[in-house]
Design a protein around this ligand. Structure first.
Ligand code: XBP
Ligand code: MG
Length: 257
């Protein structure tokens, strides 16, 4: 019988609702600055989110919407450089937005992190986003010192295959020297849960606007958010007994079930 030792968190959509008003806006600013008339609407971004990773998402957009432009850039040997430059500017605009306090944490996130730390649980992050984006989010919402709360921050291009591949979780577990049976993952999307389940991790889902239609088969529980003592969460699949929010007690119950 394994004991719960650590919580591993996804970032975008799980710690905070960063996609619609953060990443999407930053991509559009980078396109505008480069005099490209590309503008990703809320609905179009929904489709583009099927591909994780910002650079990969730009390439996916070009494949779907501008195949001729993509072909020309490929022929000229300039495609990779263009995507790299756009993405670097996108990261700049995104971290700027976060430093202005544009994106708060989702309900219950800070409370659960505090509770986990108080009880001596180990914490880590496993995300496909760029490392600078993670530190910016943590700094702007929890303060500079919160970066130290996470023993491992596994992010971006650190592994060759991004989610839905299990690589980022496998990497995190290896760095922490833990087995999947000793951890719980927190995710918000179908790519995320495929990755965490691929690493054999019990997974708690908090869905959001972009992921409420996703398939979460295999999740320990699917919730609208983690909840707060004065703001109950709703269970979409599975249950948290008579609790109205996710405390460490609930996490342990789900871990043992
Ligand atoms: C979310 C992603 C990321 C962000 C953009 O991953 O797919 O690609 O949308 O970030 P997760 P970058 O939910 O695993 O955190 O542009 O830095 O890739
Ligand atoms: Mg996510």
């Amino acid at each position: 019988m394994f004991e719960l030792k650590a919580l591993i968190f996804d970032v975008d959509g799980t710690l905070a609702d960063t996609e619609k008003d953060g990443h999407r806006v930053a991509f559009n600013r980078a396109f505008e600055e480069a005099n490209l008339d590309w503008n990703w609407s809320v609905d179009e971004y929904d489709e583009l989110l099927s591909v994780t990773g910002g650079k990969e998402r730009i390439r996916h957009f070009l494949t779907l919407r501008l195949p001729e432009f993509l072909h020309e850039q490929q022929q000229a040997g300039t495609l990779d450089e263009l995507i790299k430059k756009l993405h670097a500017r996108k990261t700049y605009f995104y971290t700027q937005l976060l430093s202005e306090g544009a994106i708060p944490l989702r309900p219950g996130v800070k409370r659960l992190l505090d509770e986990a730390r108080d009880q001596g649980f180990r914490l880590a992050i496993a995300t496909t986003t760029t490392p600078a984006n993670v530190t910016s989010l943590l700094e702007s919402t929890l303060g500079k010192e919160s970066i130290e709360w996470f023993e491992v921050i596994a992010a971006g291009d650190i592994v060759p295959k991004k989610k839905p591949a299990a690589d980022i979780y496998d990497y995190t577990l290896e760095k922490m020297n833990l087995k999947p049976e000793q951890c719980v993952a927190f995710e918000d999307s179908s790519n995320g849960i495929q990755s965490s389940l691929g690493a054999n991790l019990k997974t708690i889902i908090t869905q959001n606007h972009y992921t409420e239609t996703h398939d979460f088969t295999g999740a320990a529980v699917v919730l609208d958010h983690l909840g707060e003592p004065d703001a109950a969460c709703t269970c979409i699949a599975g249950d948290i007994k008579d609790a109205s929010y996710v405390s460490m007690e609930v996490v342990k119950q789900l871990f043992n079930s």
